[in-house]
Ligand binder design. Structure first.
Ligand SMILES: [Zn+2]
Length: 409
């Protein structure tokens, strides 16, 4: 799963995953490792970097939300007859304008967090042109996928004025599943180049781990050329079915020992054995369905929010798009802390699996420590930051726990 470090199969294979009950509780947030591992200067530098990054990210999200709300409040209502009298086309054009306004408003903050900040910390290798090109490709993808989704939503609202939420939910859930399927094969290569791992000794070692743990990673283990853009290292389990694969960055493969890479792969394998990707898709689908139900309920009561000074458009007109978007955003945000807490529990279970399946190497603690240092991750972020934003337990907590566990193996 995409992560700073970051899974299902047959019943007998699932036994290999330690039950969550055996994972330690998340009681150690915010603890510091001893200063021989991270000096106070290192920790302070990482804290400052990560808090700036977080501030810029939250700022961009708030700005994008405000732009979407402005569309709901000020953009013309009605059927947008200049779209040739085709409501789905009007919806796609409306969404394109909204996405362009959002991107324009957040571009300066995105530039600071995505380019300037990592450069000033010595973490990025990207040129300004390369960064802009990536932004342009990302925006083009948003336009194509968002335009299709908007056109489909307006069409569904037209043909099914009552009960459109569940048809739209089915279509949206289907689109999410297709994107998760084709993402690693068709979309990720727009940004990175991939190749099978070239180091044959390491490849054999990783293949042995996959056999030992009976993990079915049908797409195999791939190397990603992250070093063209960044000095950070990363690993992820992505895709499902035939596209399910583990991706390891070339920076990880070049700078980490065989034991460390094996432990990182074992952690990713645990995501696969635990069926974490299908689980995530189901949870996201449930959020989408319930959020769309809420949006339909609101749009059916145009005067319902009048006491807040908000007038809602009727459904099936393009102006309903920002209303649906905002409802889904707020609904998703409400659930985010709960989902994050669940994700952190899963990550802890994957760490436990990695330690058990790489016995005696000490690879996990050492890999986590290196990843934290090289990625300039904050070893002990404030508890509220972990609670609200982090999908992984605090690195210092993970490292100390892995070290204790490895010393017992
Ligand atoms: Zn993970």
């Amino acid at each position: 799963m995409p992560s700073p470090l970051s899974g299902g199969t047959e019943k007998k294979e699932r036994k290999a995953l330690p039950p969550l009950a055996r994972s330690p509780p998340f009681s150690a947030f915010g603890v510091s490792l001893d200063s021989s591992v991270f000096s106070p200067e290192d920790s302070w530098r990482a804290r400052r970097y990560q808090m700036r990054r977080l501030g810029l990210g939250v700022g961009a999200d708030v700005l994008a939300f405000a732009v979407t709300a402005a569309f709901l409040a000020f953009a013309p209502r009605g059927g947008w007859p200049w779209a040739g009298g085709l409501p789905p086309l009007a919806g796609a054009l409306y969404l394109a304008l909204m996405l362009a306004a959002r991107a324009g408003a957040t571009l300066p903050l995105d530039y600071l967090s995505g380019f300037r900040l990592p450069h000033s910390a010595g973490l990025s290798n990207q040129t300004p042109g390369g960064w802009l090109f990536d932004q342009a490709k990302g925006f083009a993808l948003q336009l194509i996928l968002g335009g299709l989704a908007a056109a489909a939503l307006i069409w569904v609202m037209m043909v099914r004025p009552a009960g459109w939420w569940w048809v739209a939910g089915l279509l949206g859930g289907g689109l999410g599943a297709v994107l998760a399927l084709i993402g690693p094969v068709l979309l990720a290569p727009l940004f990175f180049r991939f190749k099978p791992i070239s180091d044959s000794v390491l490849a054999d070692r990783l293949a042995a781990l996959l056999r030992r743990t009976r993990a079915r990673v049908r797409g195999g283990v791939w190397e990603m050329d992250l070093s063209r853009k960044s000095k950070a290292a990363n690993a992820a389990l992505v895709g499902w079915g035939p596209s399910r694969r583990v991706v390891l960055s070339d920076t990880l493969l070049a700078e980490y020992t065989g034991e460390e890479v094996e432990a990182v792969l074992a952690h990713e394998v645990a995501h696969q054995l635990g069926r974490h990707i299908p689980q995530m898709l189901i949870v996201q689908g449930a959020l989408l369905f319930s959020g769309l139900y809420l949006a339909e309920w609101l749009l059916a009561r145009p005067a319902g929010l009048g006491w807040m000074g908000i007038s809602l458009p009727g459904s099936s007109e393009p102006a309903s798009l920002p209303a649906v978007w905002l409802t889904l955003s707020v609904w998703g945000s409400v659930w985010t802390p709960v989902l994050r807490a669940h994700a952190r529990r899963l990550e802890r279970g994957c760490d436990a699996f990695a330690v058990e399946n790489t016995r005696g190497t000490g690879g996990l603690a050492s890999a986590l420590e290196k990843l934290c240092r090289k990625n300039l991750a904050d070893p002990s972020p404030p508890r509220w930051v972990v609670g609200l934003f982090h999908t992984h337990p605090a690195p210092a907590d993970r490292i100390r726990w892995a070290r204790q566990r490895e010393s017992r193996e």
